[in-house]
Design a protein around this ligand. Structure first.
Ligand code: GUN
Length: 284
């Protein structure tokens, strides 16, 4: 088994972004800026937003945190997005999901200027990805592709199985694997025989949200296993969707949790913010 070290690859990506940013700021006098909106007090979301601010500082971006109470109204949120769309210091906008109950996520996402939509959740960006001609890729699936590339295993012609069909991960993940000529199956809660599907996977991507549900007997010998899950086990310890201790014996390459996909998601967000900045500045 080979461990895919997401933390290390993400650090290398940040270094590259930092160097490029330094040069571009010197040239233009303008610093890339990312605005992050957090509504309510979900503790996991608060940690994610803090990490994004920290990443921005590390690569030399400005960051603008907008923290609203759970009682914020749809109108307030829409008005904030409108202001950020117009703000020339803000090149990327991200609204941390999920939003508290009562707020309409889709309406907010649709209101974000597509050229500032560093999550690539706006329908216009989703459509562009489908066609294969895009400005941004969604952070988690793009990070997963980087991890697969780092293994040196080619996706072309491989049987790829994605478990999970969310708009954030599963669906775009399938599309990116398809773009690289994988033969892709998407499994979900209504899949009749999950094990029969996963056993065929040369590349298995688990994005379900169920602690350690992928066991060794569900994995083909030599498979590349990517774990997008972020769960707590029975002892409250962070763990993925894959039973790492079991599955590592069968996988040729495997990502750990924590230290696998998570850091790459964050690094891709920085990459997308730099891309949004270049688009705004006419540098790309
Ligand atoms: N919540 C969980 N993952 C994500 C993500 O990639 N982007 C946003 N905006 N919210 C999330």
């Amino acid at each position: 088994m080979n461990l895919i070290d997401g933390k290390k690859i993400a650090a290398q990506t940040r270094e590259r972004i930092k160097a490029e940013t330094e040069e571009l700021v010197k040239k233009t006098g303008v610093t890339p800026g990312l605005a992050v909106i957090l509504v309510g007090d979900d503790p996991a979301s608060a940690v994610y937003v803090k990490n994004k601010t920290k990443d921005c500082a590390e690569v030399g971006f400005r960051s603008f945190e907008h923290i609203l109470p759970a009682s914020a109204t749809q109108e307030e949120l829409m008005s904030l997005v409108g202001e950020l769309n117009k703000d020339t210091a803000v090149h990327g906008i991200l609204c941390q999901l999920p939003l508290p109950k009562g707020l309409n996520e889709r309406e907010i996402i649709n209101a974000i200027e597509p050229k500032k939509d560093v999550d690539a959740f706006h329908p216009s960006n989703v459509g562009k990805i489908m066609i294969g001609n895009y400005d941004f890729l969604p952070c988690t699936p793009a990070g997963v592709m980087e991890l697969i590339h780092s293994s040196g295993v080619s996706v072309s012609g491989k049987k790829c199985v994605v478990i999970g069909r969310s708009n954030i991960v599963g669906k775009p993940m399938a599309m990116l694997l398809l773009h690289e000529n994988g033969t892709v199956t998407v499994c979900h809660s209504k899949t009749v025989d999950l094990k029969a599907e996963t056993l065929q996977a040369d590349i298995l991507v688990a994005a379900v949200g169920k602690a350690k549900m992928i066991k060794a007997d569900m994995v083909k010998e030599g498979a590349v296993v990517i774990d997008v899950g972020m769960n707590r086990d029975e002892n409250g310890k962070l763990c993925g969707d894959v039973d790492f201790e079991e599955v590592k014996e069968k996988a040729s390459y495997i990502t750990p949790v924590p230290g696998g996909v998570g850091p790459m998601t964050r690094a891709t967000l920085m990459q997308n913010t730099l891309t949004a900045y270049k688009l705004a500045m006419g540098l790309e």
